[in-house]
Design a protein around this ligand. Structure first.
Ligand code: HEC
Ligand code: HEC
Length: 346
């Protein structure tokens, strides 16, 4: 083969390679803005005049969320513990583990529908999404980094400086701007498209007969606490878990004896994807959760009265009832949320 032909062949290969790559384009997700689902209540936080949710601000928040530069040794990002396929919880980790492989004492909850939350963390120790990231960023067993150092690192990178400047129209990057960006990303994480949502919106065929029976059982026995479309009333309650000796829950914040072993009632959306369960991840299956409510509830002065009404401890359930409730819980899975390219690592 002469030289020219060789070059021609090479160019063809390069061209083919290039055009093949073009055939699988990057997922082109258009930015929908923050939208309140028609069957949801009014949100608590949907951005503010100082921090309106924009495509650029959201994308910056997403970049930060997945960037390990925010940790001391550049190994941990928010996405390390909050994994998309687990509805942004930490799959199979009873308590999350972060910097230097250190373990925390709590199970990482999913990140979803934060726009409707008026308190965060299992003990409600944080009450605003715009300050929340400070906790994981500075926690020695999570990012283990100081805000000051993070800002130094971010300001060193021209691409971050440009991106922040585009969103907030000022330099250098400040901690307030960083917190705003995180808040924008998390506020956009709305999960509202499960089979159950479809049923609630009027599609009566979205659930099977068995799932509807499970829903009726759930409404009768669980929805006093896991209430409404968000499957939580946002309150703090003791659901009768045997104390683990490390945590006293809400009491750690209020120092009130009456709050001993009360934890935030979690949403059960996407619950089939977020095992293990409870604040310390003690149950690795939904069967074990149902067994707890049916046979494992421990009495104590702060046990929620609902769990000892009429002198009966817990929520007695037959095996068939447990299975029906579990079938219903599976209808709370929202695949369009966990698979949404908008929320994946860019
Ligand atoms: C090492 C694992 C780990 C990392 C890294 C991590 N988190 Fe978390 N996250 C947790 C755990 C554990 C909790 C529960 C903490 C508690 O209850 O005190 C939590 C709680 C939360 C909550 C509260 C959810 C709710 O329902 O109350 C949000 C929101 C959140 N994290 C966002 C973030 C953001 C943003 C980052 C990055 C800046 C981050 N997390 C980094 C483990 C982690
Ligand atoms: C008295 C209020 C109350 C009732 C009734 C109740 N729960 Fe809970 N539930 C809670 C609280 C509080 C937690 C968190 C406890 C913890 O982690 O310490 C919880 C946790 C859970 C979890 C684990 C969630 C997670 O993200 O780890 C599941 C699943 C669950 N409940 C299902 C149910 C089902 C099913 C029923 C009905 C059979 C029910 N609950 C009834 C208050 C209640």
């Amino acid at each position: 083969m002469d030289k020219l032909k060789k070059i021609g062949l090479w160019l063809t290969i390069v061209f083919l390679h290039y055009s093949c790559n073009q055939e699988t384009p990057e997922p082109q997700s258009t930015f929908p803005g923050f939208v309140v689902p028609s069957h949801f209540p009014a949100p608590i936080y949907s951005g503010t005049p100082n921090n309106p949710i924009t495509k650029e601000g959201f994308e910056l928040g997403r970049r930060l969320f997945y960037d390990p530069i925010t940790s001391k040794d550049s190994t941990i990002s928010c996405g390390t513990c909050h994994q998309s396929f687990a509805a942004f919880a930490n799959l199979d980790h009873p308590t999350s583990h972060g910097f230097n492989g250190l373990f925390g004492t709590r199970n990482a909850p999913p990140i979803q529908n934060t726009a409707w939350m008026n308190s965060f963390m299992w003990d409600g120790g944080i009450n605003h999404i715009e300050v929340l990231p400070v906790a994981p960023l500075t926690n020695p067993v999570e990012h283990n980094e100081s805000l000051k150092n993070i800002l130094v690192k971010l300001n060193r990178q021209p691409s971050y400086r440009d991106q922040f400047n585009q969103v907030f129209k000022s330099t250098p990057i400040t901690d307030q701007q960083m917190l705003y960006a995180y808040a924008q990303f998390m506020t956009m994480m709305v999960s509202s498209n499960s089979a159950y949502d479809s049923y609630v919106k009027g599609n009566t065929t979205a659930l099977s007969t068995r799932e509807i029976e499970g829903m009726q059982l759930f409404n009768a026995k669980c929805s006093a606490c896991h209430s409404g479309i968000l499957t939580t009333d946002g309150s703090f309650r003791n659901n009768g878990l045997k104390p683990n000796g490390i945590e006293t829950g809400r009491m750690q914040i209020t120092l009130e004896e009456s709050d001993r072993n009360k934890f935030k009632v979690p949403s059960l959306r996407n619950i089939a994807l977020t095992r293990p369960y409870m604040h310390d991840g003690r149950f690795n299956t939904l069967e074990k959760v149902l067994n707890h409510y049916s046979e494992g509830v421990q009495d104590s002065p702060t046990l929620d009265p609902i769990l000892k009404s009429n002198g009966i401890l817990g929520i007695p359930l037959t095996e068939d009832e447990k299975q029906k409730i579990i079938s219903f819980l599976h209808t709370l899975t929202d695949y369009s949320f966990v698979n949404n390219p908008l929320f994946q690592e860019p």
